[in-house]
Design a protein around this ligand. Structure first.
Ligand code: SF4
Length: 634
């Protein structure tokens, strides 16, 4: 009230002064004195002069946290970013990158580059919402139908053994929260019931009555445990958790022995599906071509490429913390090309885009290879020294011609170039100490010396697998023919026609996948296919293909990998800085965990309890790939 009266008085005083001033000579000093508080305030540093800064504490308190912990963002995806979580009142309120990658050091003192930082993405930043979200799975749950089925004593159709449909409503059913002890009990009871139902002749009849392919049923071998499929899944991440599932599958041999009363050595574990077929994040053609789980490149190498083909991968959207490698490669002048089925975020950033029909990747890659050979754009020197394309195939059997087929009493040379043949009584060294390929003795015969046709001498020559790369000239010392049909006299005196793998490949490509033919399959313009081939060939062995898991989702997709390896082999663009192929799926790093294989298939009947004792292994489980069945090989 007092303030209001003062204001009114001031206004009245002001009006009086103004009115008095009109037409009269009021002293200006008097008038302006009334407004002295309107003069500009001159403060050098408001932060020191401001009378009350308590308000700032509010903002500081918002961001002040009590503690911090570092954790791996897992299993959000396979990037496994190391993050910092800030905690206030026992609640994670903020997550941020650690910025610690450049401080990481391996056992040998090697340090990572700061360019791996910051490693994070928007999903990681808001991960705390999932910790506290109402959809977090924070206990053991059982599908209601499953629980009812178990509680009723596992009723089944008397003929097929199938469980009642009304109780098997996956995806539609509700969940019942149970204790972990109850969950273990339900799990064990269910496994036992499955093993009992599908074991023996009765079990086989039931599976056939359910309509399973007879070959699949035969592969179960009468063991109910074999119809169980255990697989290390993405959601588990981490070596022990992923491979723990396979170990569990191996341990099902204990259950089989209990159910079928068979001797230990005949007891069978579960079937175990691989990540190539069931989950498809790994490229199946990679182990077929290289013998290794997955061929891959380190991301720091991307900037060494002249051409980067992002094939079936939406790198920017799905490889969030690693998008910058692509951007930086572009800044350094790399040409980027997206092979995609849609106009993805990555495609919109690339210099060129080739849009194809889903699942037609093999046709596109083979057509690129066709152009490279047809137009003589391939790197013949690389093809001759680093690939098996010059090796001869005998046309009577279509088998690769072996040196022992041709040269009487021929004995293959021992392998020593980047190969260590591991005898059956020996173990390979720990991964970190291995230097090159570890070949089991039993497989050594597969690498027996083969034959090339020496164009200089016009004669067949035995060539060891050791004669590769830098050692090719020294050890083989020939100029192998890539094209032609040759008469070869075998050690037994017979004559056969033999042709280089390259020659046969060329004939197949010319007959089936010219750009015009491939265009009908892929819907990519023939001009785009030719342009792609020319670009790869012009990269001087510096084409890098990052092939995503999208194309892995199609049957027979191993052909896509084989065809891409062919393209890069022709370009001399494999196994070198800036010239390679990879999928960057993440799981390939499992090979670095020495001993994981042994741990996975430890003999379940004789577990080693002494930490220093040797582990007895036994493959009781049966690794299966759905590709195996899809190809009709069953
Ligand atoms: S990329 Fe994102 S979601 Fe994936 S691990 Fe890193 S922070 Fe987590």
């Amino acid at each position: 009230m007092a303030a209001k009266s003062r204001t009114a008085q001031t206004r009245r005083r002001f009006l009086k002064l103004v009115a008095g001033g009109i037409g009269s000579a009021v002293l200006p000093k008097t008038v302006m004195a009334e407004f002295r508080y309107l003069a500009p305030v001159n403060v050098d540093n408001p932060l020191t002069a401001y009378p009350n800064r308590d308000w700032e504490r509010i903002y500081r308190d918002i961001y002040r946290t009590d503690t911090r912990f570092t954790f791996l963002c897992c299993p959000n995806d396979t990037h496994n970013c190391l993050l910092n979580a800030h905690v206030k009142n026992n609640v994670v309120v903020r997550i941020e990158p650690t910025y610690g990658y450049s401080k990481a050091q391996d056992l040998y003192g090697n340090k990572a580059s700061a360019r791996w930082d910051p490693r994070c993405c928007q999903k990681g930043l808001v991960l705390a919402r999932r910790f506290y979200g109402d959809r977090r799975v924070n206990g053991a749950f059982l599908r209601k139908g499953s629980k009812d089925w178990a509680d009723k004593g596992f009723p089944r159709d008397p003929v097929t053994g199938a469980a009642p449909k009304e109780l098997m409503r996956r995806g539609w059913d509700s969940w019942v929260k149970i204790s972990h002890e109850e969950a273990f009990a339900y799990h064990a009871k269910t496994l036992l019931n499955i093993a009992q139902t599908y074991s023996g002749e009765e079990g086989t009849k039931r599976l056939l009555a359910q309509g399973y392919d007879p070959d699949m049923v035969a592969a179960a071998g009468g063991a109910g445990t074999r119809v169980m499929k255990f697989r290390g899944g993405m959601a588990k991440q981490g070596a022990i958790r992923i491979f723990g599932n396979f170990r569990m599958g191996n341990s099902m041999a204990l259950l089989d022995q209990f159910v079928r009363k068979v001797p230990e050595e005949k007891a069978m574990g579960s079937g175990s599906w691989d990540s190539y077929a069931f989950h498809t994040d790994l490229p199946p053609g990679h182990p077929m071509v290289t013998g290794d789980q997955t061929n891959d490149f380190e991301l720091f190498d991307v900037e060494n490429a002249k051409v980067i083909i992002v094939w079936g991968m939406n790198w920017i959207t799905t490889k969030m913390p690693d998008s910058h490698w692509l951007t930086e490669a572009r800044l350094k002048g790399a040409k980027t090309i997206a092979v995609t089925v849609e106009y993805s975020a990555t495609a919109s950033k690339c210099d060129e885009v080739v849009v194809i029909r889903p699942g037609t990747d093999p046709a596109l890659a083979l057509s690129v290879a066709q152009v490279m050979i047809k137009e003589n754009l391939y790197n013949a020197d690389f093809v001759k020294r680093f690939t098996d394309l010059p090796t001869l195939v005998r046309m009577d059997t279509l088998e690769r011609l072996k040196a022992s087929d041709v040269f009487p009493a021929y004995t293959s040379k021992p392998l020593a170039n980047w190969v260590n043949v591991v005898s059956k009584d020996d173990h390979p060294a720990p991964t970190i100490k291995q230097n090159g390929m570890q070949m089991p003795e039993a497989l050594a015969g597969e690498f027996s010396d083969f034959v090339m046709w020496d164009a200089a001498r016009n004669a067949p020559v035995a060539v060891s697998r050791d004669a590769m790369g830098e050692l090719f000239v020294k050890l083989a010392g020939i100029d192998p023919a890539l094209e032609g049909r040759f008469q070869v006299t075998l050690a037994n005196g017979n004559k056969v026609e033999a042709r280089p793998v390259f020659d046969l490949t060329k004939e197949y490509l010319d007959a089936n996948v010219t750009p015009e033919q491939a265009s009908k399959v892929t819907w990519a313009p023939a001009t785009a296919i030719r342009a792609l081939a020319h670009t790869v060939a012009a990269s001087d062995g510096h084409t890098l293909i990052a092939c995503g898991m999208g194309p892995n989702q199609f049957w027979n997709n191993d052909n896509k990998d084989r065809a891409l390896f062919l393209v890069l082999a022709l370009a001399g663009s494999l196994g070198r800085h800036g010239g390679n192929i990879g999928s960057y799926a993440g799981n390939y790093k499992a090979t670095l965990f020495s001993g994981i294989g042994k741990w996975t298939v430890e003999d379940p009947f004789h577990p080693q309890l002494d930490p220093k004792g040797d582990i007895k292994t036994r493959y009781a489980l049966r690794y299966e790939s759905m590709h195996f069945w899809a190809n009709g090989d069953g």
